[in-house]
Design a protein around this ligand. Sequence first.
Ligand code: ZN
Length: 150
Amino acid sequence: MDELRELYQQVILDHNKNPKNFGKIEPANRTAEGYNPLCGDRIDLYLQVEDGIIKDISFEGAGCAISKASASVMTTVLKGKSLAEAEQLFRKFQKLITSEPGAEPDLKEMGKLAIFCGVREFPLRVKCAGLAWHTMVAALKNENKTVSTE
Ligand code: ZN
């Protein structure tokens, strides 16, 4: 678990400094906006979905390091996934970040997402880490409204 904690810090720092898939993609046929009032995190998510597959995904926004890193890692994980796989990952991620602190994450199943179990020790941060994922689900439903974690 110590290793995972170190990796958590490293990944958050890296992705905050050099976010992946940052910017707007054109054309995007699914978009949504997310807001976490507890921390002030904002995210705009852009997806290009074709034949039930996420062909491209990107984000823009401003927020804390965790919200940004979570969005960045999420885009790298979801690119090329089917919509069903994306929803499944959302549920697994949600379960991961709200599970008991100390519970071992399934590294095989979660891959690099597993490091976000580090937020379990900081309840306020769970919303930061989950923001991009909630926004993604809204975008897939094509709900053109602002998603709030509250
Ligand atoms: Zn935040």
